[in-house]
Design a protein around this ligand. Sequence first.
Ligand code: MLT
Length: 388
Amino acid sequence: MSEEEELFTITAKHLDSGMRGIPVGTCQTSYVDPLEGVHYVGYPVGDLADMEEEDVVFLLLNKHLPTAEESIAFRKELTHRAEEMPNGALRVLESLTPGSGHPMDWLSIGIMALGAAETTGDVRIDSINLIARMPELMARIFLLRGGRKEKLRPRKPELGLVENFVHMLGIDDEEAEKMTRVVKFFFILHMDHGGGNLSTFSGKAVASGRASVYASLASAMNALSGPLHGRANQSCLEFVQRIGTSDHDEIEKFVRSELGARRPIYGFGHGVLRAEDPRARLLIELGEKVCPDDPNFKIAKALREVVPNILKEIPKISNPYPNVDLASGSLLHSVGFRKPDYYTTFFGWARVAGICAQIMDERNSRDGRGVPIYRPKYLAKNQPKKRT
Ligand code: MLT
């Protein structure tokens, strides 16, 4: 069988496999090469990581990097759309009890509340409105859920997406600079990862039934909240903190005992990648610049050196290499985000851009008729029974 025939042939081994590797569509925003990682519209993500985040969002939406004029106009549009927040949506968030639920619950509720207040039904307008409102939604979730409402500063969307978020949190100047740098980098690296990752796929599946952008994105965030998907970045920092030492021998002992107890080793492996995730390397390189002596970062770095060789001993592990979660939490922690349960909200915030862009592409496909409602086939496990 040729490689192409193999790609398009579905056999019994594909059933009940989480649709692993089964081609279901095309994706214009990004492509994940198993060895070289994610590319946004053809650019390796590392080439985009130091750009302004709005330019990368523009790239995903428009499939080309903006000219200087386009960049200014896009920022103006985002600023304009973030100038007000629907009061009803804010009241919904304020009605939640501080500390209750998981921050991802708040994110999903917040997106639905925005949708209830302002869905237009135009996929582009709803997408840009949501992208523009995310920094404030994030800041409000952090401070309301944390019971620190009084710290919230009035929005300044003209600062840009990430800077506005950091500003609204009430962070002081010196701390804000480092925080902005790390969050921007994290934000760009997490914006998109092909079409088949669970949150994107779920968002697009819901959107295919012509649900609103807000309903689709809230569904995507719920999908992202699972520990096998976006919440792995929270689990990874908790794992790093449990290890508590960057001594290689101690780490090896710890990892072997976790494996012996059949517990997961966070920060390693991936559904598609078969080499170290370039995003893991990029985050480690950033950590070397912003927090080289941070104890969690040192543990993440040591894990990168020790764990692959241990995992390689286990034949069924197809990818023993670091993934994006390995150091992301250590970096966020080092710049002041001390609570790992918030980390997945950063992932979700970033992915809003990629998922909105993919939903727009699916709605515009087939000469504007859009992708039909998703309807894969499940085979009956039980044969029809005859009534006696
Ligand atoms: C990722 O960013 O690595 C993902 O969303 C997981 C995936 O691609 O399945």
